[in-house]
Structure formats: C-alpha cells, structure tokens
Design a protein around this ligand. Structure first.
Ligand SMILES: [Zn+2]
Length: 159
C-alpha cells in the first residue's frame, strides 16, 4: 500500500478488455454487476441495456444498470523501480482513454478490436498519478496526467 501523493510512472499494462462494467444505481447502491464484453462468442454485441443483471447488495435484478469504467493498471514507479497495480474508476479512466463510457460503447460497435488496441496504445505511456487510499488494501488512482496523448488520440491522430 502506497502513501497518498503524486507518482511518476510508466504504464506496463492496462486491463482494457473488461474495462466497461454495469453498475447498479438503485437508491444509492454502487455495486459492480458484470463486465460488458465488446464481442461475445454468440455474435451479439453484449452491450444491450435491457439485459437484466442481478445485484448481490440489493438482492434483486437491476433492470436499468448504467455503464461505468473500471480498470486495473500495472505501472512501474520510476523513483522506486518497482511494479505496482492500481485501480482506476470513471474520472481517471476518462482521462486515460479520452472519452466517456457511452461514447466508447458506441465506438466499439464500429471498431470491435478497440479495447485491445487501446491497451496496446497505452502500454509504455509515461504519466503522473495521484493516489487515494480508500480501503486498507486498495490503492485508487484518483486522477492521472498523461505526458503525451490519451488512448484515443494515440489511435486516431497521425504523427
Ligand atoms: Zn444494487
């Protein structure tokens, strides 16, 4: 567990494949339900908002879950030369990727490999991360500053 503060790191890996999650939003609940996988083997997009999900906390099926970002990021701390894994939620992931979750869901329909391409683009990126320790064994990146372009800019801007 790290101290709160700012760290300069290189991104070793990002778990983009399951980065979009359904979340329960019933009366203050914030439970993660299940990942939205861009392509499932049956050929359906898997991103239908009508797909009911069960919330363990509320103990009922949620009929209108909202899409939300959640990734784990393996980084190399340059000062300490060691690998650490952090969690990132909506705001920090928006900065990292360069768009909101609903926009990304639409883009995935056109570019099915988008999540894997983002992962490849982001690996090796230099960034400053701002940490916030919420639980005992969980280090959350509360905000992130990328030296250079965000994920989508790296994919879609030439030069
Ligand atoms: Zn719930």
């Amino acid at each position: 567990m790290e101290q709160n503060g700012i760290y300069k790191v290189y991104i070793e890996d990002v778990s983009t494949f399951r980065m979009i999650m359904w979340r329960c939003r019933q009366s203050g609940c914030d439970e993660i339900l299940s990942p939205i996988v861009a392509r499932d083997p049956t050929g359906s997009s898997g991103s239908s908002k009508d797909d009911p999900r069960y919330c363990r906390k509320c103990q009922q099926t949620v009929t209108n879950p909202v899409a939300s970002y959640y990734v784990t990021m393996l980084v190399c701390d340059m000062a300490k030369d060691k690998l650490t894994e952090y969690k990132l939620y909506s705001g920090a992931v928006e900065t990292l990727i360069g768009c909101e979750v609903d926009e990304l869901l639409e883009m995935i329909d056109d570019v099915p490999d988008l999540l894997e391409l983002l992962r490849i683009a982001l690996r090796g990126s230099l960034c400053d991360i701002f940490l916030r320790s919420e639980k005992k064994d969980e280090d959350v990146v509360s905000s992130i500053y990328l030296h250079g372009r965000n994920g989508l800019q790296m994919l879609f801007l030439k030069n």
